[in-house]
Write a protein that binds this ligand. Structure first.
Ligand code: MG
Length: 386
């Protein structure tokens, strides 16, 4: 049976490092989306691959598939059903396939063998998908968690993707949708249209990546856990000069002096940028943003930090924790600490709990004690393929 694949990568969930959606984040050294494209490409039953992406992520999409030819790109819709429809219509506009596998990019654990197995089932039924038995006991509760009923798990399955269908009846079912009713998955649409459906045994590695912890788990499935934590450190100091504020971790803090520097003199983010570069062994901030380059005069240090995070992602790394210490007698850092953490977490796409900002003094000792300037040191932990 001539089959095609629609990979849905148009979701905007779980914003991550470098400000990209999760399907472009690195897992085991590759963007998440690339795992599914590669699996579909190596499946001998799949002849066309359509990837549905968000309007704003054309560059990320193509980047994720760099060097892989034969991928067709389609812009998705705000809701998943619309995105799938767009993928199906793209297939229909060419030489329509007999079957289609619809897959979520958030499930990178796909294998070519699974895709082949699903195609084979379509010789017997019109729709199929991998599914797992439910091992846990099931309870129905109210919104407070008070149990209202015991639910039998007998015969229940957790359905994964790819979901595979005979193409023509599925396209008809999608075209007939009224746009009002919502569906949990494509199988529900197929069944509502009367298509015969049989599930096959799923694969734990096909888990959907939803939470931050899922990244680590799916990485273990895909790479055998071969990621090692690399810790980088950074240090920076800037001299006080005329001015009415300083900028630390992107937060403006009123002060009776300013900081002298080529850029915005954000010593905290400069130290952190160096820490991330240190973790991936990629030089220092001065290599990437030379102070002699007029482009960086007065620059917002967010640019430097984002660039370091992007280099870490390109190296196949996953930034998991940062810790910044500001060293000065004044201004007072503590009242601004939470704002500094939040800004840093936002820029790096880290949960707040993985971002630490601290402050200390040198007990009036040395240049920092004499308030000639302020300094910052930082550590960053990046998981890198072993
Ligand atoms: Mg600096």
């Amino acid at each position: 049976m001539k089959a095609a694949a629609v990979i849905v990568a148009a979701g905007r969930g779980l914003r991550a490092g470098g400000g990209v959606p999760k399907q472009y984040r690195s897992i085991g050294g590759k963007p998440m989306l690339r795992w599914s494209i590669e699996a579909m490409r190596t499946c001998p039953d799949i002849e066309r691959i359509v990837v549905v992406i968000g309007e704003a992520e054309k560059a990320e999409g193509r980047g994720a598939a760099a060097g892989l030819d034969g991928v067709e790109w389609v812009i998705g819709a705000p809701a998943r059903t619309g995105s799938v429809r767009a993928g199906l219509e793209a297939l229909a506009s060419g030489e329509a396939p007999s079957a289609v596998l619809i897959h979520d990019a958030a499930r990178p654990g796909l294998t070519a063998a699974m895709a082949s197995k699903l195609c084979a089932v379509l010789d017997r039924v019109q729709a199929t998908a991998p599914a797992l038995v439910v091992a846990d006991a099931l309870k129905a509760t109210d919104s407070d968690g008070v149990v209202q009923a015991d639910v039998s798990r007998a015969g229940l399955r957790r359905v994964q993707t790819p979901q595979a269908f005979h193409f023509a009846p599925l396209l008809r079912a999608f075209r007939a949708l009224d746009g009002v009713k919502t569906f949990d998955d494509d199988l529900e649409i197929a069944r509502a249209a009367g298509m015969t459906t049989q599930l096959i045994e799923g694969d734990a590695a096909l888990m959907k990546v939803t939470t931050e912890d899922d990244f680590a788990q799916v990485e273990r499935f895909l790479t055998g856990g071969a990621m090692i934590p690399c810790v980088g450190t950074g240090f920076d100091a800037h001299r006080f000069g005329p001015g009415d504020h300083v900028t630390l971790c992107g937060v403006r803090i009123d002060h009776d002096k300013g900081l002298v520097g080529h850029s915005d003199a954000d010593a905290a983010w400069h130290a952190l940028t160096d820490a991330i570069l240190g973790a991936i062994g990629d030089g220092d901030i001065g290599d990437h943003f030379p102070p002699t380059d007029p482009r960086w005069r007065g620059a917002d240090s967010e640019l430097f930090l984002r660039h370091a995070a992007e280099l870490a992602a390109k190296a196949g790394g996953r930034l998991v924790h940062v810790d910044v210490t500001v060293i000065c007698e004044s201004p007072r850092v503590k009242p601004n600490r939470e704002a500094m953490r939040r800004r840093t977490a936002d820029v790096l796409g880290l949960p707040l709990a993985r971002v630490s900002v601290k402050a200390t003094t040198t007990e009036k000792l040395g240049f920092l004690g004499r308030s000639e300037g302020l300094a910052a040191q930082a550590a960053a932990t990046v998981l890198l393929p072993a």
